[in-house]
Design a protein. Structure first.
Length: 301
């Protein structure tokens, strides 16, 4: 039965998620241009995201402490990875093209998929294998674009190292969710909130300790304000994702290409037109391959 109201809500939620992911990328660019201390940005992200998860837990009357204890271990893995990924990615953006850096980061879900095939395991379809291979080609093309085009395209020395480390950290953040699903399951509300709270609590503690032992930096307050903006985007985007996949029953093969691919296109176009950051021909090839990989892997999700 055709229900226009339901369809419009689905579209609105997907657009909201795309806006959240795209806004996150551009807040990172603003942080870089203002030369704000990356460690304190991460602490602002962590505190805001954790506080909003606590508020959501109270509003939903969830009981995370009743969830299996192994979920907190999975959440700790995700939290440690996130604490590393945020400052590393900001450092990469400070040295390279935003669209290229963002596309590589979003493709880390392909690496997480490979790890998931190894453990917990599972069959991979032909389309899935092709999608992973295309994602690998995209990462190689984008990496070569950064290495070959250099300063003339906005890349500086060290971009490749920081981008590789951010990619790896983000991979383990995403991989923590399949681990949680395998070890305890994420369907019950209590389990979901236990995982989210564990991730963000670990993020807060880790980012806080790093901040305490890092040299005093100017602009710490403003860094935390912008970090709070990122934290809000991450919270809204993640919660909206659970609504789209759960309450609104958006099919995964629609959801992943629409949200991840949508933000990749939005960031690439805005980066080229507004920020005047133009990838080389090889960079555009990499962006195109990245979108193709997202569509292929989303179709078999």
């Amino acid at each position: 039965m055709f229900v226009p109201g339901v369809l419009s809500v689905k579209s609105a939620v997907l657009i909201l998620i795309i806006c959240c992911w795209s806004a996150t990328a551009f807040i990172y660019r603003i942080i870089v241009r203002r030369n704000l201390p990356h460690i304190w940005v991460g602490f602002g992200v962590a505190c805001t995201w954790f506080a909003l998860n606590v508020l959501l837990t109270l509003l939903l009357h969830a009981r995370p402490l009743s969830a299996p204890g192994v979920l907190f271990a999975a959440g700790a893995i995700g939290g440690l990875a996130t604490a590393a990924a945020v400052p590393l990615f900001i450092s990469a953006v400070a040295r390279g093209n935003l669209a290229v850096s963002w596309t590589i980061l979003t493709l880390s879900f392909a690496a997480a998929a490979v790890l998931s095939l190894l453990y917990p395991g599972g069959g991979a379809s032909a389309a899935g294998i092709v999608g992973l291979l295309v994602a690998g080609l995209a990462i190689v093309a984008l990496g070569l674009d950064g290495g070959q085009s250099g300063v003339k395209s906005g890349f500086k020395r060290g971009w490749g190292v920081f981008m590789a480390l951010a990619f790896t950290a983000n991979t383990f953040f995403m991989y923590s969710y399949p681990l949680a699903e395998k070890w305890a399951g994420l369907a019950p509300l209590d389990n979901k909130m236990a995982m989210l709270l564990s991730v963000t609590a670990t993020f807060v503690v880790t980012a806080g300790l790093i901040s305490l032992f890092s040299p005093s930096a100017r602009g710490r307050g403003l860094a935390m304000v912008f970090g709070a903006g990122v934290g809000i985007c991450l919270f809204v985007g993640n919660y909206a994702s659970t609504v789209a996949l759960g309450d609104l029953a958006v099919a995964p093969y629609v959801f992943f290409p629409a949200t991840t691919g949508g933000s990749t296109i939005a960031v690439a176009l805005a980066s080229a037109t507004l920020l005047r950051e133009h990838p080389s021909r090889l960079g555009w090839v990499g962006l195109t391959l990245g979108l193709a990989a997202i569509v292929l892997l989303g179709a078999v999700a």
